[in-house]
Write a protein that binds this ligand. Structure first.
Ligand code: BMA
Length: 317
């Protein structure tokens, strides 16, 4: 399908967008955005939402729905609160969770941004029920964020994507670990472009990678700095299954960006920021959950096959 402007539409905004707002919350919340997502064994969609309070600090709260669209049951209080007493890196809040179910552990691994004096860093917490969490603490020191674990070991090691900040720009890296606590073998995975590109200088992983028979499909965000602030859009890339730092294809154009009023206007306008997806039983239909303008939660649907087809037609190595 193409839009009036003749671009192929890969992600379709749900007519009920935004599907969750702070007004839906059972306790005082300023904004709700950037949710991690997963399907529970009984088919329930669980969103782990970033909730910002009026101090400006964030915590995480679970919302559950049978159909992933409406009828959300939201935890009556915060599901995972910052715990600065035991984890000083969480002093100013915890943000932007990405959820990966790891079969070997029988647990969900939540990678999130822990924000404190040192800047934003990457922390991990493990859970089997989204009620009790076992924290692993800070695993990547500031400045680092936009992290997600791969669902299985690669050559015997767990693999984590993340986005450290460097003078050369903000690029996506992959690191390996035998035990989720000790990390090394760091490799650059996807570099921000330079100059006039939509994804120049700063990129980051959006939701966790999507495993397909053709490779690991990445939806990433590119940030363009403009006179009125950052402009957050999404692009696609594909990586080798057994060698995930090897890029097979990368698209030149963005495939989704802020267009509607709820994406254009809010606390931070011009931001569409997904941290999670769910995949239908057909293994193809994709529900992409994203924060809109750092204010509400929205849903866009798509097809993995269509994303791969687009990369074949528009990507290069
Ligand atoms: C990024 C992240 C997101 C946020 C976005 C736009 O750096 O920290 O949490 O949605 O900025 O403000």
């Amino acid at each position: 399908m193409t839009s009036a402007r003749h671009f192929e539409t890969l992600f379709h905004r749900h007519e009920k967008n935004p599907i969750l707002t702070a007004a839906d919350w059972p306790y005082p919340a300023h904004t709700v955005f950037n949710p991690g997502a997963t399907l529970l064994p009984d088919g329930t969609t669980l969103l782990l939402c970033r909730v910002e309070d009026r101090r400006g600090h964030s915590h995480l709260c679970a919302a559950r729905s049978r159909n992933g669209v409406d009828g959300w049951i939201i935890d009556p209080e915060p599901t995972l609160r910052p715990d600065p007493e035991h984890y000083p890196e969480e002093l100013w809040g915890i943000e932007d969770p990405r959820i990966t179910f790891v079969e070997e552990l029988g647990k969900y691994v939540v990678a999130y941004t822990a924000f404190s004096r040192g800047g934003p860093g990457v922390a991990l917490a493990l859970t089997s029920d989204f009620r009790h969490f076992e924290r692993y603490g800070l695993i990547m020191q500031p400045d680092d964020k936009d992290a997600a674990l791969l669902p299985r070991r690669i050559d015997g090691s767990f693999a984590l994507l993340h986005r450290p900040m460097a003078d050369s720009g903000a690029h996506i890296w992959i690191s390996l670990s035998p035990d989720l606590r000790n990390w090394g073998a760091h490799k650059l995975m996807l570099q921000a472009r330079k100059g006039g590109w939509w994804d120049a200088n700063k990129v980051g992983l959006s939701p966790p990678l999507i495993e397909t028979p053709r490779g690991w499909l990445m939806i990433y965000h590119g940030v363009r700095q403009t006179a009125s602030g950052g402009l957050y859009r999404l692009g696609l890339a594909l990586f080798a299954l057994d060698e995930p730092d090897r890029c097979l294809l990368r698209g030149d154009s963005w495939v989704f960006g802020p267009e509607t009023s709820y994406e254009r206007e809010g606390d931070v306008g011009n931001v569409a920021f997904p941290c999670g997806y769910t995949l239908g039983a057909d293994g193809d239909s994709l529900n992409l959950y994203y924060g809109a303008a750092d204010t509400t939660i929205a849903l866009a649907t798509g097809s993995v096959k269509a994303l791969l087809r687009w990369l074949d037609a528009n990507g290069s190595t």
